[in-house]
Ligand binder design. Structure first.
Ligand code: ADE
Length: 265
């Protein structure tokens, strides 16, 4: 492919609507589980506005036998099946053969519970990419040569095991798209929310002022913005201390405060 073609494809500028488009490629054996998510709410509006697009590759299309099998028994024995290297490598290579952005603007991620745990700051960093490739696993995991040979960043969405990488891919997609400029009505609503500030959100209320005997705190009805800001700060700290004290001490799990994974670097 001529380099001018690559440059043209790499642009996130959408000439008709004057917006940038972030391209996603999702490699999966279950592409049919995604469409509903992409139609509704913020993800639906942002996609229709051209802020992002998604291309799916069915890894089974790269299977070599009549049963379209992409998994096999693990060497050494044990329960479950493992993703075979051949269809996964070939599916990835088919996606990489038509680049949608420059190498530097591309993030290649494999979803697996064996990866680094995803945090809000990772989503913020990923939201400035131009092309994000998400590889979803299934079964008991990937043949290790897939992790070793493809050079993708292994990312986990949390310390629990799901049946596959599709829901984790949706989590990434949703978390990234809502940070794109223009995706949510009030950009500040993504800047001051939980985890951006390393505290949980303060409690929110709307009308009516009293419901089933439960009252909205007086200060929120007072119109005193300085008092309201102080109350919110205190409450955010209180809930964080109660439910996620690790966020305040930076002692959470395997990741310290400055320990961010740098996909692609
Ligand atoms: N696949 C299965 N469980 C997962 C997790 N927690 N994170 C990412 N991918 C997964």
């Amino acid at each position: 492919m001529p380099s001018s073609d690559i440059v043209a494809r790499s642009s996130r500028f959408f000439p008709d609507q004057n917006v940038m488009t972030l391209h996603f490629d999702i490699l999966t054996i279950f592409p049919a589980v995604f469409p509903g998510l992409l139609e509704e709410s913020i993800l639906g509006r942002a996609r229709r506005a051209g802020l992002y697009d998604v291309h799916f590759t069915d890894i089974r299309d790269f299977a070599r036998d009549a049963h379209r099998s992409v998994d096999d028994r693990p060497y050494g024995g044990g329960p479950g099946m493992v993703f075979k290297p051949e269809p996964v490598f070939e599916a990835v290579e088919s996606v990489l053969a038509t680049p949608r952005a420059s190498e530097e603007a591309t993030q290649k991620i494999i979803l697996t519970p064996q990866g680094r745990r995803l945090e809000q700051r990772d989503l913020r960093r990923l939201s400035s990419a131009e092309w994000i490739i998400l590889l979803c696993g299934h079964y008991e995991g990937f043949d290790e040569r897939i992790l070793e040979g493809l050079g993708f960043e292994a990312v986990s969405i949390g310390d629990y095991v799901l049946s596959g990488g599709e829901v984790p891919a949706m989590v990434l997609l949703d978390g990234i798209v809502r940070l794109l400029p223009g995706a949510v009505g009030h950009p500040e609503s993504t800047t001051y929310e939980s985890f951006e500030t390393r505290t949980l959100d303060f409690p929110q209320y709307t009308r009516p002022p009293e419901y089933r005997g439960m009252k909205v705190p007086e200060v929120l009805l007072s119109g005193n913005h300085a008092e309201i800001a102080r109350w919110r700060e205190r409450e955010a700290l209180r809930t964080t201390r109660e439910f996620r004290s690790d966020l305040l001490t930076g002692s959470e799990g395997s990741r310290g405060q400055d320990d961010s994974w740098e996909a692609g670097n």
